[in-house]
Each structure stands twice: as structure tokens, then as C-alpha cells.
Design a protein around this ligand. Structure first.
Ligand code: PLP
Length: 417
């Protein structure tokens, strides 16, 4: 092997494009296609009525709640919609605070703000997920809920989190957007708390392009979520709702899942275990091949048997080295990058500067005390994310790709550090 790094003009490990990080997309086949064609030939793309509704969305919800062993599931238009519905179902809004980890996608914080509440950022541990003790530290009389985020396939310590949350009377919403199918101690992420939220967007474990689903055992939360996602309507014919209780009427949104989305979702969902098994094989092979390199460490995986295998997150000595490492591995032909550009979510200008679409700083003006976000607020999160370098996998990655990843990382570790 040529030792000279590609970034310094050497020959790259590979020139073939690296598979894109769309895990489930590469599993698309005849099944998704036929399911969509069925909806089209019936001319019934709307879930609730039409000439010949197949009930694809309902079928997906049923498969989902059965696999997750939950009582209820509701398909929606996105992961963000699932979070907003969950927050609204749980009665969270203006004047409330919601705790969430400092490392997550913008949408976790955005959903809280759109729901009218204020996000409070918690630090993480070396799993990159919320540090359970942060929940008690950050809770006050305004705090109503905590959103947990199993990051990039890595399940959260849900037993510990539930104890901390209940001690503080908080509702627990699990934002499992990136980690559908991950498990903690044998139980699926999204099934520990009050409501579990999932995304079907392109980058997620399974995909319909856009889409989402939430799940709960709480009939009140479920009914409120159903109504919130459907203009506040009652559709007793669908069998969701027991009564038209005039005391609990509210205006809702439209976050209904279409039958086209439901059709693809159901077929992708049937492939979930295969997709995860495949990615875990690829990831575990790479990890075992590079585990003794002195230059790198790894994000801690909370439960190795429950990891989705969708991402390998390396930890380098510092931020400068991590950035160089990513650039050098990229030059070798393997896609390595810093998740969220190495930035915690509260450092994004929208959040840092509390820029909302509403007047007078709503919803931040709904809490009597001044809420401030600042660099250094969650030191572990800032440090870990800054030192991280990630590779994400898909159903399209082969063992050949995995070998290239190993060679690229070994080469760069030796040549750079
Ligand atoms: C992707 C993502 C979302 C939003 O999901 P969409 O389907 O894109 O709306 C929410 N939370 C996290 C952690 C995500 O990664």
C-alpha cells in the first residue's frame, strides 16, 4: 500500500464513490414499488376515504405497534410533526420548559419552540446521549418534559433516564428519529417513555422520503395526538375516538400521512431488521479491525446488542486533529465528516439568538426568567462533538467498502497523527 496520504498527493485508497448515508433507501425494491402502484391503481391516496382505500397507513401503524409492543401508533408527515404532536398531546406549550440533549438535530429543539415551549439543553456523557443526572440539575417548576435522543443508532440509558424523569414529574418523549430499531437492554428505543417519535426522512434507518410515526400506551395522549394531527377533528368512524367531548375540543394541524407514504413505510418497516443486521455487520467488522489504533478512541455504545450500526463515531485527540482526520479520510475516498459540523445544537444561530417566527420573542417571553444559551454551556457535548469524526453506513455498503474504510482509517491514523 502506498503510504503517502491522498490529501498530500498520494494515491487514494479508493476512487469509487462511497455509498450515500441513506440506510434504508438502498433496500428499496419491488415491494415498495408494488405497494405504491396498488395505491395508484385504487386511486385512493388519502388514508381516511376515497373510492377504494387500501388502508396502507393503518397497516403500517398496526405493524409498528405490534413490533414495538405498544398500544397505539400514529403515522404523520415527518419526525418533526411526530415531536410536535407528542408535545401537544402531552399538553406542553407556552410557559413550559423541555429538557433535551445538547447534541441533536435542530428539529428536536425546533419542535419544542414551535410547540410554544422553551428548550433547556442538557450535557451528554461519552455515549453522546443525555447524561441522566442532568435531568434533576435542570428541572424547576416550569419544566414539564424531557426529550431523549438516541444519537446515530446508539440507544439511551433509558432505565436511568426514566428514574430521573419520574423523580421530577416529567413526561418523557423519546426522539428516536435517527435510531428506529435500536434497543436498550432488549427493549426498543421509543417504548420506555410516554411517547416515542420516529422519522422516515431520507437519512433515517428506513425511509419514505419524508414521514414519521409516534407510539404510546397512553390513550389520552393518543387521542389528542390523533386530533392534533388532523385539524382537531373527530373521526369516530375510524374507531380512534370514543366520544365527541365538547370540553376537550381544540384546533389542530394537518400532519396526516398519505397512503403513498404509508405504503412505502410498511414495506420498509418489514425490512428494518435486515437493514440493521447488515449495517451492524459492516460497522462491527470495521471497529474490530481498527480498535487497537492508538490514535483513536470511540463513542461509547450504550448497549452493543441494541445499536443500529448506522454510524461509527471516532474520537480524536482534539478538534483540530479531528477536522484534519476527516479531510484526510475523505481524500482517501471514504465519506467521513463531523456530525453537525462539530457544533452543538444551541450554537446554531436560530437557537443561540432565539430567533423565532413569532412576535416579541415568543415563546421565550413566556417564562419570567431570562433564558440564555452560550458557548461552554454543555462542556462535554462541545468537547466530544468537536473531537468526533463519523462514518455512516447503509444497506448499500458492502464488505469491500468496509475493507476500504479500514484501510483509509489505518493509513490516515499512521500518516497524520
Ligand atoms: C431527522 C431528525 C428529526 C426530524 O425528522 P424529520 O422527519 O426530518 O422532520 C428530529 N430529531 C432528530 C434527532 C432527527 O435526527
Amino acid at each position: 500500500m502506498n503510504d503517502r496520504l491522498a490529501i498530500n498527493g498520494g494515491t487514494p485508497v479508493r476512487t469509487k464513490p462511497f455509498p450515500l448515508s441513506y440506510p434504508g433507501l438502498y433496500a428499496y425494491g419491488e415491494e415498495e414499488k408494488n405497494a405504491v402502484l396498488d395505491v395508484l391503481s385504487r386511486k385512493s391516496p388519502f388514508r381516511y376515504y376515497g373510492p377504494d382505500v387500501a388502508g396502507k397507513t393503518k397497516e403500517f401503524e398496526k405493524s409498528f405497534l405490534e413490533k414495538m409492543e405498544k398500544k397505539y401508533a400514529l403515522g404523520v408527515t415527518s419526525g418533526t410533526a411526530s415531536l410536535i404532536c407528542a408535545l401537544k398531546a402531552a399538553g406542553i406549550g407556552p410557559g413550559d420548559k423541555v429538557i433535551l440533549p445538547a447534541i441533536t438535530f435542530l428539529a428536536s429543539a425546533g419542535a419544542i419552540i414551535i410547540a410554544g415551549a422553551v428548550p433547556i439543553f442538557a450535557d451528554v456523557d461519552d455515549s453522546f446521549n443525555i447524561l441522566p443526572s442532568e435531568i434533576s440539575r435542570l428541572s424547576d417548576k416550569y419544566t414539564k418534559a424531557v426529550i431523549t435522543v438516541p444519537l446515530l443508532g446508539n440507544p439511551c440509558k433509558m432505565t436511568e433516564i426514566m428514574i430521573e424523569a419520574r423523580k421530577n414529574n416529567l413526561i418523557v418523549i423519546e426522539d428516536v428519529a435517527q435510531s428506529m430499531g435500536s434497543k436498550y437492554k432488549g427493549k426498543y428505543s421509543g417504548t420506555f417513555g410516554d411517547i416515542g417519535c420516529f422519522s422516515l426522512q431520507l437519512n433515517k434507518i428506513i425511509t419514505t422520503g419524508d414521514g414519521g410515526i409516534l407510539t404510546t400506551d397512553n390513550s389520552v395522549f393518543y387521542e389528542r395526538a390523533v386530533r392534533y394531527h388532523d385539524q382537531g377533528m373527530f373521526r369516530e368512524k375510524e374507531g380512534f375516538l370514543s366520544s365527541n367531548n365538547a370540553n376537550d375540543v381544540f384546533v389542530g394541524q394537518n400532519y396526516r400521512m398519505s397512503e403513498i407514504t404509508g405504503a412505502i413505510a410498511q414495506q420498509q418497516f418489514l425490512k428494518l431488521d435486515n437493514i440493521i443486521d447488515h449495517m451492524r455487520k459492516i460497522k462491527n467488522f470495521i471497529k474490530s479491525e481498527i480498535k487497537d489504533l492508538p490514535q483513536i478512541d470511540f463513542r461509547r455504545i450504550e448497549d452493543a446488542d441494541g445499536d443500529c450500526g448506522s454510524a461509527l463515531v471516532l474520537l480524536l485527540e482534539n478538534k483540530v486533529i479531528a477536522k484534519k482526520f476527516c479531510d484526510a479520510v475523505m481524500a482517501e475516498g471514504v465519506t467521513m465528516y463531523q456530525q453537525y459540523n462539530g457544533q452543538v445544537v444551541y450554537m446554531l444561530p436560530h437557537i443561540l439568538n432565539q430567533k423565532t417566527v413569532d412576535k416579541n420573542g415568543f415563546p421565550f417571553n413566556q417564562i419570567p426568567e431570562k433564558i440564555e444559551y452560550y458557548e461552554g454551556m454543555c462542556p462535554n457535548a462541545e468537547n466530544l462533538l468537536g473531537r468526533s469524526a463519523s462514518i455512516t453506513f447503509s444497506f448499500g455498503c458492502t464488505m469491500e467498502d468496509a475493507v476500504d474504510v479500514v484501510n483509509a482509517i489505518k493509513k490516515v491514523a499512521k500518516g497524520l497523527c
